[in-house]
Design a protein around this ligand. Structure first.
Ligand SMILES: *Cc1c(COP(=O)(O)O)cnc(C)c1O
Length: 371
């Protein structure tokens, strides 16, 4: 292959909507209102509706959305929160930042999502919440997780950063009927801003009110500080950009889905690689992650052929220096460690042409079979 295939074509999303986005941003610039104004309010209404939820409260990032959800639920020092061992570090950091301890659990065999029995086994008298992650866009089994949470009287919070617009096995869109679901609008996510942003989506009036307080110094009315909050706000420009993009979310996710279907078809029988599990609802296909017998060689050869791939994530969180003080070592979570060694993310996104994805799939099948 002579062409070069980027992992994700971010400017293409802007270019598809350039007139709308430019006009929307121009209006904000001329409005003189740059925070907590009409754009933020309108986006919150529209995003809550897209998630079939009663409330959306926008915040500064996905990490903040997780932290403020947990804090609003009363999770704090002395508490434990069950988290996946295999996830992006932000899941754990949100728990640590609200003063609680992340308690990792292994993925189930052959899957990227948590093992339900491991979740149950990780619960102690100190557990306050279960943090479910819809990793790579695949929706976790919320019905089963809610059953476990209810049985032990725990909150169930969703890390939906990678699953905007995805649907679970019951057909329900991610964020609907949830205690709290945290979304990220980081530029590379399925619904991306032109900078950082996030949101908490919930059906719980009181929880929404608390997050609304926490994101703005603990106040709704200026200088009336009910709690010790923080500063974590989406700005009006990002809200306007997200409003321009939101109507396209489903169509963009459908394009991701078409690429995933092609990859699944071409790579299902390939030697040397395994396709991701794909039997649970409608994944948002944020990432298309294969497992490789020899990832280093395959990734190197794909790079030489002009195909950019990424690894999500090369170091398991429990072995990263950031969590050295938690006392884990290699072997603590062998399944998560094995995934870190084997996973490889192929190019996917709403602006990757199907014929290009076809070439990528052929190349992966051909190269993987050689080792
Ligand atoms: C991106 C991401 C986050 C954090 O979102 P930010 O907006 O970058 O803070 C949290 N969890 C997961 C699984 C993510 O992929």
């Amino acid at each position: 292959m002579t062409t070069s295939v980027p992992f994700l074509d971010l400017d293409a999303a802007y270019l598809e909507l350039r007139p709308e986005i430019d006009a929307a941003v121009g209006e904000v610039l001329a409005s003189g209102r740059y925070l907590l104004g009409a754009q933020t309010e309108a986006f919150e209404t529209e995003f809550a509706a897209a998630c079939s939820a009663a409330h959306c409260v926008t915040v500064g990032s996905g990490c903040d959305a997780l932290e403020l959800s947990l804090t609003a639920l009363g999770v704090g020092p002395g508490d434990e929160v069950v988290v996946p061992a295999h996830t992006f570090i932000a899941t754990w950091l949100a728990v640590s930042r609200c003063g609680a301890r992340p308690v990792p659990v292994e993925p189930s065999p052959g899957s990227y999502l948590v093992d339900l029995e491991a979740v149950e086994a990780a619960i102690t008298p100190r557990t306050a919440a279960i943090l479910a992650v819809h990793l790579y866009g695949e929706v976790a089994d919320l019905t089963a997780l809610r059953r476990v949470a209810d049985r032990h009287g725990l909150a169930l919070v969703e890390d939906a950063a990678q699953s905007t617009g995805a649907r679970g096995r019951d057909g329900a869109v991610v964020g609907s009927g949830s205690t709290a679901a945290a979304f990220s609008f980081y530029p590379g996510k399925n619904l991306g801003a032109l900078g950082d942003g996030g949101a908490v989506v919930t059906d719980d009036d009181e929880l929404a009110r608390r997050v609304r307080l926490l994101r703005n110094y603990g106040s709704v009315a200026k200088y009336a500080h009910e709690v010790r909050g923080t500063n974590s706000r989406l700005d009006e420009i990002q809200a306007a950009v997200l409003r321009s993009k939101l109507p396209l979310l489903d169509a963009w996710n459908a394009r991701r889905s078409a690429i995933a279907a092609l990859y699944l078809d071409r790579l299902e029988e390939a030697t040397g690689v395994r396709v991701p599990p794909h039997d649970q609802g409608d994944s948002a296909w944020h990432l298309f992650v294969i497992r490789c017998d020899d990832r280093t060689t395959l990734q190197g050869e794909l790079t030489r052929h002009g195909v950019e791939t990424l690894v999500h994530y090369p170091t398991p969180v429990h072995l990263s220096p950031a969590y050295a003080d938690h006392g884990y070592r290699p072997g603590s979570f062998p399944r998560a460690e094995r995934l870190a060694d084997e996973v490889l993310s192929l190019p996917i996104g709403p602006h990757l042409a199907l014929p290009t994805a076809e070439l990528v799939a052929e190349l992966v099948a051909e190269l993987a079979a050689q080792h």
